[in-house]
Each structure stands twice: as C-alpha cells, then as structure tokens.
Write a protein that binds this ligand. Structure first.
Ligand SMILES: Cc1cc2nc3c(=O)[nH]c(=O)nc-3n(C[C@H](O)[C@H](O)[C@H](O)COP(=O)(O)O)c2cc1C
Length: 196
C-alpha cells in the first residue's frame, strides 16, 4: 500500500513535517508492504484553487493533486493557525477532486503553540474527511512546541502515539481496501471558470 503524508506547513524545518516523517517511518518499519511518500507543501509552487476542473491544473499543482489521488491512505499534518488548519493545507483540500479521498483511510496530526487548540483536529480537520467520504482513524496526535528541541521531536509519549496512529492507518486500510463508503451522496458540483 502507498501511504502519503501531507505536511501543511510552509515553514523551513517545520515541526509538522518532522512529526509526519516520524509517523511514516513507524508505518514503514512495521509493515514491509508499506511504501511511503511525504509531500511537503513547502517544496511545491501550488496555485490557489480558482474553481476550475482539478484535471485542468498543470505543473506543481497537478503533481500534488496526482500524488494525493495515487495514495491508498493518507496522513495529513497541519500547524494550527488561528485555531484552524493552515491556509496552505486548506487550499489543497479545495484543489483535489471530490472523489480523491473516497473510501480511503486518513489520519490527522497537528502541531500548535498552545494546548487550547488541540480540538481543532476534531472540529476543523475531521469534518473535511467527512466531506470527502474518507475513513478517519479516530485517535489523532497533537504535538505542542514543548515536545520539540532544536526542531526535533523529543517527547517519547508523542512518538509512541505517532506509532499507534501510523500502524492503525495501515491496519484499517488493509480491512477497508477503499470500500465501505456507505450511502452514495450527490457531490457538490464545481463552477468551472470556462462556464462563467
Ligand atoms: C500565523 C500563525 C498562527 C498561529 N496560530 C496558532 C493558534 O491559533 N494556535 C496555536 O496553538 N498555535 C498557533 N501558532 C503556532 C504554530 O501552530 C506552531 O508553532 C506550530 O507548531 C508551527 O508548526 P510548523 O513548525 O510545522 O510550521 C500559529 C503560528 C503562526 C505562524
């Protein structure tokens, strides 16, 4: 299976990136059938979503869409900005096709400067998985600035929880295999620029 991490921070030496990297390594070490890729949004020149058909984007924007569409399961990570996900990551959720996460297993991590915003994963990120009809691994990981030293994750409890999350994503993916999506709801159409 292909497990893709998506790091929603544009900061150099991002804590979100470091945290995702650890989680993907745990998944890979646990199961030799797991291939991982870590998509760092900082490395791509991504256009803002302008409402066009996702298939019409080119360059880095297309590469990012294709990487996400090609994943069997995904682990999304975001820094908390203003009590929510980063704008960079939200833009990716706006860009990808409506069915690109359908039936896939996804997990979430977030990093924040205050504990006050750990529920942003529940209220801001998980509803996006609902929109895309993805299976969410219930337990998530919220890492605080104090869990890092010199931009490296040093907290053993957080590392343990990342391992549990990563392994759960792989095991849930083995069970659902992109299926079990429930009722076939209508998708919300995009307003194509070509039609305006
Ligand atoms: C614009 C901005 C807004 C932020 N807003 C919040 C916030 O609302 N709550 C919080 O806990 N941390 C907030 N932070 C702190 C970051 O979430 C935190 O430092 C995070 O770990 C950065 O992740 P990164 O190193 O991957 O970029 C904010 C940081 C920035 C730059």
């Amino acid at each position: 299976m292909k497990l893709v991490g998506v790091s929603g921070s544009l900061t150099p030496m991002s804590k979100t990136y470091v945290t995702l990297k650890e989680a993907l390594t745990f998944a890979q070490n646990d199961n030799e059938n797991v291939e991982t890729d870590l998509l760092n949004l900082r490395d791509y020149e991504i256009q803002f979503c302008d409402g066009r058909d996702p298939a019409a984007y080119e360059g880095d924007t297309k590469k990012v869409i294709d990487l996400i569409e090609g994943a069997d399961a995904l682990l999304f990570g975001s820094p908390i900005y203003r009590g929510s996900l980063s704008g960079a990551l939200k833009n990716v959720f706006d860009l990808i096709p409506n069915d690109s996460l359908r039936g896939k297993v996804v997990g979430f991590i977030a990093t924040g400067g205050t504990y006050h915003h750990y529920l942003a994963i529940e209220h801001q990120l998980k509803p996006l998985a609902g929109y895309f009809k993805a299976h969410v691994v219930p337990g998530n990981v919220y890492a605080h600035n104090s869990h890092f030293e010199n931009k490296q994750l040093v907290d053993e409890d957080i590392r343990q929880r990342l391992q549990e999350l990563a392994i759960s994503i792989v095991q849930l993916n083995e069970r659902v295999q992109g299926g079990l999506v429930g009722a076939n709801q209508p998708t919300i159409p995009r307003q194509s620029l070509a039609q305006t």
